[in-house]
Write a protein that binds this ligand. Structure first.
Ligand SMILES: [Zn+2]
Ligand SMILES: [Zn+2]
Length: 141
């Protein structure tokens, strides 16, 4: 695998350690993948990309570990597509745009969004907006 930032891998290993979660070979493979790929991937996508190099990998293991990583904040879980969980390896707060034509997911940077502290008496912690439409590439095609 190319361009793996070892510092980023170590940072994620530290998070596992802090939660007393053992570092298995599969987890290391997935952490290295996450640290070297910025984008939006389903468990199936990751499995397809890694299975040749790691034949012992199963889709269930990928799914279970990515779900674990999401609960630890190592990846972000997106529910932008119906019946499909997508893992985002970019964890800084940002919004998403889904193209209804090509299905591509784009990162949308948040510019000056001011969150209210309270809405109808509820305390607001964060917001995540999903936008839907036709992307610029499909509009040009
Ligand atoms: Zn498109
Ligand atoms: Zn994203």
């Amino acid at each position: 695998m190319q361009n793996v930032s070892e510092a980023q891998v170590q940072e994620k290993i530290k998070i596992l350690k802090e939660h007393h979660i053992p570092l298995t070979t599969t987890r290391l493979v997935l952490l290295r993948f996450i640290s070297s790929h910025r984008g939006h991937y389903s468990a199936e996508d990751i499995y397809q990309l890694l299975k040749e190099e790691y034949p012992s990998l199963s889709i269930a293991t990928v799914y279970n570990n990515m779900s674990l990583f999401a609960s630890l904040g190592i990846v972000q879980e997106l529910r932008i597509e119906r019946d499909k969980v997508i893992y985002d390896t970019y964890t800084k707060a940002h919004d998403h745009f889904l193209c209804l034509k090509c299905g591509k997911i784009y990162d949308i940077e948040i510019k000056n969004r001011k969150l209210p502290e309270q809405i109808d008496g509820h305390s607001v912690h964060y917001a995540h907006t999903y936008y839907f439409g036709i992307c610029k590439e499909c509009k040009e095609a």
